[in-house]
Design a protein around this ligand. Structure first.
Ligand code: ADP
Length: 203
C-alpha cells in the first residue's frame, strides 16, 4: 500500500482484541487507523450520504434526520444485494482515504484495523497481516460482556469467516488468550523487529 513503510493489516474474530491491539501499536509509535472509523466518517460526507439516502428508504436508515449506522447495518444484513451495492460504493473510498492518511504521515509503521480484512479480499493490500486469536469460549465471554445476547453474537459470528479460517490465512497469529500485558509484549516485539530491520536496510 505504501513504499518504505510497513503497513500491517490487523484483524481477528469478534472480541478477539483488535481495538486493544491497535491501541498497543499506537503506544509503540505506529500510526493506527480503524477502517470502521474511516467508513463512519465517510458516511457523514454529503456526497455519499446523498447517494445512500436515494437508495434506501429514509425511515429505514435515519434517526432524527441523521444517518443511523445501526439501522443501515440492519438494512444490509437482510439484503445481500443492498450490501453489495453499499460495499461497492464504500470500499474503494475507504481504501483511498486510508492510503492518503498513511502517505501523509511520517510514521514508518502503520496499522489498519480491518475486522473483515479477509472477507473483503484485502490481504494483498498489506505488507503482512496480523490476526488476534483466543479460544472460542473466551471470545464469546468477552463479546457477551458488551451486552449482546447470545443470539445476536451468534448471528454476527455467522456473518464472518470462521475464526480458524482467519487464523489460517493470516501471516502472523497473535494469541490474546492471556493478560493484556502479554499482548503488549508481543506487539512491542513486532514493532522493535520492524524498526531494527528498517534501520538495517539503510546501512
Ligand atoms: P475487538 O476489537 O476485536 O472486537 P476488543 O479489543 O474490543 O475486541 O476486546 C473485546 C473485549 O475484550 C473488550 O472488553 C476488551 O477490554 C476485552 N479484552 C481484550 N483483550 C483482553 C485480554 N487479553 N484480557 C482480558 N480482556 C480482554
Amino acid at each position: 500500500m505504501s513504499r518504505g513503510r510497513a503497513v500491517i493489516g490487523l484483524t481477528g474474530p469478534i472480541a478477539s482484541g483488535k481495538s486493544l491491539a491497535l491501541d498497543l501499536f499506537i503506544k509503540e509509535g505506529a500510526l493506527g487507523i480503524s477502517a470502521d472509523a474511516v467508513s463512519a466518517s465517510l458516511l457523514t460526507e454529503p456526497a455519499l450520504y446523498n447517494r445512500i439516502s436515494r437508495k434506501f428508504s429514509p425511515v429505514k436508515i435515519l434517526t432524527n434526520g441523521k444517518l443511523d449506522k445501526k439501522k443501515l447495518a440492519a438494512e444490509i444484513f437482510g439484503s445481500p444485494a443492498k450490501r453489495k451495492w453499499l460495499e461497492a460504493l464504500l470500499h474503494p473510498r475507504i481504501l483511498k482515504r486510508i492510503h492518503s492518511l498513511i502517505t501523509s504521515s511520517p510514521e514508518k509503521i502503520a496499522v489498519v484495523e480491518t475486522p473483515l480484512l479477509f472477507e473483503a479480499g484485502l490481504a494483498e493490500c498489506f505488507t503482512f497481516t496480523v490476526c488476534l486469536a483466543a479460544p472460542a469460549a473466551t471470545l464469546e465471554a468477552r463479546a457477551l460482556k458488551r451486552g449482546w445476547s447470545w443470539a445476536q453474537y451468534r448471528a454476527r459470528v455467522k456473518a464472518q469467516l470462521a475464526p480458524e479460517e482467519k487464523y489460517a490465512r493470516a501471516d502472523i497469529v497473535l494469541d490474546n488468550a492471556g493478560a493484556p500485558r502479554e499482548l503488549a509484549e508481543k506487539i512491542k516485539f513486532i514493532c522493535r523487529f520492524l524498526k531494527e530491520t528498517a534501520q538495517g536496510k539503510k546501512k
